[in-house]
Design a protein around this ligand. Structure first.
Ligand code: UDP
Length: 365
């Protein structure tokens, strides 16, 4: 008999398991996949740590979260500075003075702001209600057309005027020459890959891989269950399906030491079928003779696929709320990106797992 059965060996489940174990609780972690780490999982190919489920760059402003993850890994000084490739024209990301200079030839922040304001006025937007309007009012129509419209359409499979403004608000807009993609005090990649970080997080904890929740749920293994999978799946899709995006990766080993000169290059036109190419060695300043790249193709999720991104439009958020109302038992806790149906970054997931564990242990928020 365990105190907790934790369903999912991803970030939320692993952090929760660690804290509870360190507080003397008996914990069992199960995962239906054959490995730990959820979508953060990395695997070595040609001596390079390959992010098997897409790029994961740890960044945070939360000191406690940073201190916590640093107990289980050393983080390198990687700073994400993606490049956008629009039909062969290269632009700096996030949107900053280099981007504005290349797009319009403007040199000063005031000139850039004037250009954006002119394009925002032309579009007649005062109170943005969707991603398209939000993007145009933040960076103007030209940048929207070349760097946002095609990429977003490919990633989400929906036109920008049917998506919520919140998605684009994730990206900084800066009137400086700072190419750091994140507004975060702390940033890096765990040296040796994420899998190592998870091995340390889960050390001494019983983990059963290749184990579906359905196969153990009637065994009464634990007093409490922590479920980190999708909520609609948990309730057997009884109210209908929540929508997700999934990603397919085409990974290749290339006989060159440098394919694209950067870890992340986004293809922002609508014709290129993939959204971005990741060159994994550059996350860890790799000097290997070969390189490994992954092209990311984004699709609508269907049963059997791994869900990656929740589609947080009004319809889906309302359905998720309906599912949340079905949670009747105090003996099951839900958490993480999938159960909460929220586009969480890794640091938010760690923070939420730490808070949930504390609440379990002390009864206080
Ligand atoms: N985005 C874009 N062009 C880019 C990069 C991002 O339009 O070159 C938009 C797109 O809608 C995307 C959102 O910004 O879904 C958030 O991007 P982020 O890099 O945070 O996505 P993630 O890394 O989580 O896939």
């Amino acid at each position: 008999m365990y105190d907790y059965l934790i369903v999912g060996a991803g970030l939320y489940g692993s952090v929760f398991a660690r804290v509870m174990t360190d507080s003397g609780k008996k914990v069992l972690v199960i995962d239906k996949r054959s490995h730990i780490g959820g979508n953060c999982y990395t695997e070595q190919i040609e001596g390079i740590n390959v992010h098997k489920y897409g790029a994961h760059i740890f960044h945070t402003n939360d000191e406690q979260v940073w201190e916590f993850v640093n107990r289980y890994a050393s983080f390198n000084r990687y700073t994400n500075s993606p490049v956008a490739n629009y039909c062969g024209e290269l632009y700096s990301l996030p949107f900053n003075m280099y981007t504005f200079n290349k797009m319009w030839g403007v040199v000063t922040p005031d000139e850039a702001k004037a250009k954006i304001e002119e394009q925002r006025k032309e579009a007649g937007i005062t109170d943005p209600v969707n991603l398209e309007q939000q993007a145009i009012s933040l960076v103007g129509r030209d940048i929207y057309e070349k760097l946002i419209k095609g990429y977003t359409m490919k990633q989400w499979g929906r036109p920008c005027d049917e998506l919520p403004p919140s998605i684009i608000k994730r990206l900084p807009v800066r009137f400086t020459f700072d190419n750091n993609y994140f507004n975060a005090l702390y940033q890096g990649i765990p040296v040796g890959g994420y899998t190592k970080l998870f091995e340390r997080l889960l050390s001494g904890i019983e983990v059963r891989l290749g184990t579906d929740y359905a196969s153990v749920k009637d065994e009464g293994l634990a007093s409490k269950v922590v479920y980190t999978g999708a909520l609609d799946e948990y309730f057997d899709y009884s109210l209908g399906h929540l929508e997700y995006r999934t990603v397919r990766f085409e990974t290749e080993v290339l006989d060159t030491d440098n394919f694209q000169g950067n870890a992340v290059v986004n293809y922002t036109d609508s014709k290129t079928p993939f959204t971005r190419i990741i060159e994994h060695k550059f996350f860890e300043f790799g000097t290997q003779e070969k390189t490994v790249i992954s092209c990311e193709f984004s699709y609508e999720w269907k049963i059997g696929d791994e869900p990656f991104y929740p589609v947080n439009d009004e319809k889906n958020d309302a359905l998720h709320e309906q599912y949340a109302k079905l949670i009747a038992s105090d003996n099951v806790l839900f958490g993480g990106r999938m159960a909460d149906y929220k586009y969480y970054d890794m640091d938010v997931t760690v923070r939420r797992a730490l808070d949930a564990a504390k609440k379990e242990l002390t009864g206080n928020d």
